[in-house]
Design a protein around this ligand. Structure first.
Ligand SMILES: Nc1ncnc2c1ncn2[C@@H]1O[C@H](COP(=O)(O)OP(=O)(O)O)[C@@H](O)[C@H]1O
Ligand SMILES: Nc1ccn([C@@H]2O[C@H](COP(=O)(O)OP(=O)(O)O)[C@@H](O)[C@H]2O)c(=O)n1
Length: 230
């Protein structure tokens, strides 16, 4: 049997609104790579908890949801979808209710362990030569051995402005406050505000969308060239 050649992994972490999903998806398209959005799984589990009226302050109750968490995600950057069982939750997991509930779900260690395994397995089995995986702990926990590791940052002001331009159903102040409070809660669990050893920071505060994609692709080329010369 032919040996399975593992895809090249590009790991991208960063705070909410730094551009992880949009930049990763666009960069994956250009490189012909798959794209794995890990936040979607935490959001989908939070959606399931809300749907079943599970008390999300109870770690045991959240953990119990994992046993029938029938989750699927599209890793083709042109065909993104998220399903739980037969339900398409692609849009539902972006609701303010899910955004407000997700950090409590993501702090449960059993949830993090199970989803980390799931991400590794999805990333290993993509049908492309590489995969861009984005989230909060990809460079440190999910794929610390990734060939390319990037921390994508932007000033708090830039991140709030970008996110509130996307969300028109809430005031800019509400969006900013919710983003701040989610980052605060999330950063108690994993550190995505500073780059771990060997992780390259791309600060997009003064870059437009296109320049940010180019900066990420430049880092990819630098890291892969360096690896070839070693
Ligand atoms: N460098 C940039 N300049 C301007 N807007 C950007 C830039 N990067 C991303 N955006 C926009 O900011 C918004 C938030 O980006 P998103 O990819 O959802 O961030 P994250 O996944 O980190 O939360 C999106 O509307 C995206 O198009
Ligand atoms: N690798 C990851 C990815 C997301 N998450 C959690 O999932 C939530 C949603 O992630 P996301 O990437 O969709 O969030 P945005 O930054 O796109 O708003 C985060 O607020 C974290 O609580 C995590 O804990 N670890």
């Amino acid at each position: 049997m032919a040996r399975h050649i593992l895809p090249t992994r590009v790991a991208i972490d960063g705070p909410a609104g730094s551009g992880k999903s949009s930049v990763s998806r666009a960069a994956a398209r250009r490189l012909g790579f798959a794209y794995l959005d890990t936040g979607a799984a935490y959001r989908a589990l939070a959606w399931l908890a809300l749907t079943r009226n599970t008390d999300n302050t109870q770690a045991d109750a959240i953990t119990a949801l994992l046993k029938d968490f029938d989750y699927a995600i599209g890793t083709d950057p042109d065909e993104y979808f998220v399903t739980v069982g037969q339900t398409d939750v692609t849009d539902a997991i972006r609701s303010p209710e899910v955004s407000a509930a997700v950090s409590a779900v993501a702090r449960v260690p059993a949830v993090r362990g199970a989803l980390t395994e799931l991400f590794r397995s999805i990333a290993e089995n993509v049908d492309r030569p590489g995969v861009i995986i984005e989230g909060r702990d990809i460079t440190t926990i999910v794929a610390p051995e990734a060939e390319v590791r990037i921390l994508l940052t932007a000033s708090e002001e830039a991140r709030m402005t970008r996110r509130s331009a996307e969300i028109t159903t809430q005031s800019a102040e509400t969006v900013a406050e919710q983003l701040r409070s989610r980052d605060r809660a999330d950063s108690q669990v994993v550190d995505f505000m500073s780059a771990a050893d060997g992780v390259i920071t791309v600060d997009s505060t003064h870059l437009d969308f296109e320049q940010t994609i180019e900066a990420v692709i430049d880092v990819y080329h630098t890291c892969t060239k360096r690896a070839l010369n070693e």
